[in-house]
Design a binder for this molecule. Structure first.
Ligand SMILES: Cc1cc2nc3c(=O)[nH]c(=O)nc-3n(C[C@H](O)[C@H](O)[C@H](O)COP(=O)(O)OP(=O)(O)OC[C@H]3O[C@@H](n4cnc5c(N)ncnc54)[C@H](O)[C@@H]3O)c2cc1C
Length: 337
């Protein structure tokens, strides 16, 4: 029996927890890319299969992450200790609590608020990174986090979690900014919409973190991450309030920071604490480095689904499985491309 298209989309939406409009948009984009070769029903089923693959990838990611050590410990104390060590070396930090699978949104929000209090009490040069999709975009849960940030004068950085959630994330960034909170936002270069988002953040004077993006743009899957980063930087140069370049790819970090510095744009490098670091690139340009200190429950700083496009990731997975990560040297030659 043939299921009507609307019913099929509603079913996929319920099964994967993705809004029906988004599924419909992806169906249209897929049909356009295949020159109408796929019927709406078939295209919807391929979208459903992609979402299922994504879920499988996340599950496998959690399994691998449990074996790796990309977090600086389980508790706030571990993160504070790491932040103090970085501060002693002249680095600022952002503390990012990575929630345990299935953790309830109120518990995650409480963790974010506690991180703000602890950073302020410790007098550390640190911001707190949050993932508002994990709060279910619930304004009532976010409000105390933002209140604490304003009261304690701590910046809240909004991490980006991917295509499906970016619009609602940026909406909350702007609302928080209008409330007078010190906020910064993430621009994932692999999402085509980031160009337009950059324009809005430039206009508002909101600092941004440029990343390649862990997930791609399903409507523009062929965007080259490195090129897209540099194009975004070109747009921001001479215009943005502040640009953090968050990459471990020297071929992005070096030209991006040089371009921003030449344009007189306040900027700096941002590094994950557990990955091979490029601090020397920023040091050479006399620019600051901010370190992302992940704590809580294990996650992976790469997308498993990118393995086919980037076989090097298989090596990183093996390294995670066999060796486990430790914060690595920031010495000049630690990450030659
Ligand atoms: C501080 C920071 C914050 C971020 N915040 C976000 C965010 O909010 N939203 C988002 O979508 N993404 C975020 N990302 C992730 C980002 O989008 C990329 O997925 C990630 O940084 C990998 O891309 P890359 O630019 O570092 O380059 P890549 O080309 O992936 O990596 C460059 C080099 O770094 C080394 N390397 C990188 N990863 C590993 C690894 N796992 N194991 C061993 N070596 C490795 C390798 O030598 C590699 O050649 C963040 C990244 C950083 C550094």
């Amino acid at each position: 029996m043939r299921i009507p298209y609307e019913d099929l989309v509603a079913h996929i939406s319920r099964r994967h927890g993705v809004p029906a409009e988004q599924i419909d948009r992806r169906v249209r984009s897929r049909r356009a890319r295949t020159g109408g070769l796929l019927s709406p029903g078939l295209a919807a089923r391929t979208v459903s299969a992609s979402l299922a693959l994504g879920e499988l990838e996340a599950k496998l990611g959690r399994h691998l992450a449990a074996k790796a050590r990309h977090v600086s410990g389980l508790h706030e104390d571990d993160a504070l200790q790491a932040a103090r060590a970085e501060a002693a070396r002249g680095r600022s930090c952002t503390l990012g609590y990575w929630a345990r699978p299935g953790e309830q949104a109120p518990s995650i929000a409480a963790r974010y608020a506690r991180a703000i209090e602890l950073v302020a009490d410790a007098g550390l040069p640190a911001s707190v990174s949050i993932k508002v999709d994990l709060l279910g975009f619930d304004r009532a849960l976010l409000a105390p986090v933002l209140r604490a940030a304003r009261a304690r004068d701590v910046r809240v950085h909004f991490d980006a979690q991917g295509f499906e959630t970016i619009a609602r994330t940026h909406e909350l960034v702007e609302e928080a900014w209008h409330l007078g909170t010190d906020v910064s936002a993430t621009l994932p270069a692999r999402l085509l919409r980031s160009g337009a988002d950059a324009e809005r953040f430039i206009r508002l004077g909101i600092p941004v973190r440029v990343v390649k993006g862990q997930g791609g743009d399903p409507e523009h899957p062929k965007l080259d991450p490195r090129q897209a980063c540099l194009e975004l930087v070109e747009r921001l140069a001479g215009r943005a309030a502040f640009v953090g370049i968050a990459t471990h790819d020297r071929r992005v970090a070096a030209p991006a920071l040089a371009r921003l510095a030449a344009a007189g744009t306040p900027c700096g490098l941002e590094q994950m604490r557990s990955l091979p670091r490029l601090d020397f690139v920023a040091d050479d340009l006399e620019l600051p480095t901010r370190v992302y200190i992940a704590y809580g429950h294990a996650g992976l700083p790469y997308a498993i689904g990118e393995c086919l496009r980037r076989p090097a990731i298989v090596g990183w997975i093996l390294r995670d499985l066999l060796l486990r990560h430790r914060p690595l040297s920031t010495a000049r030659h630690s990450n030659q491309p």
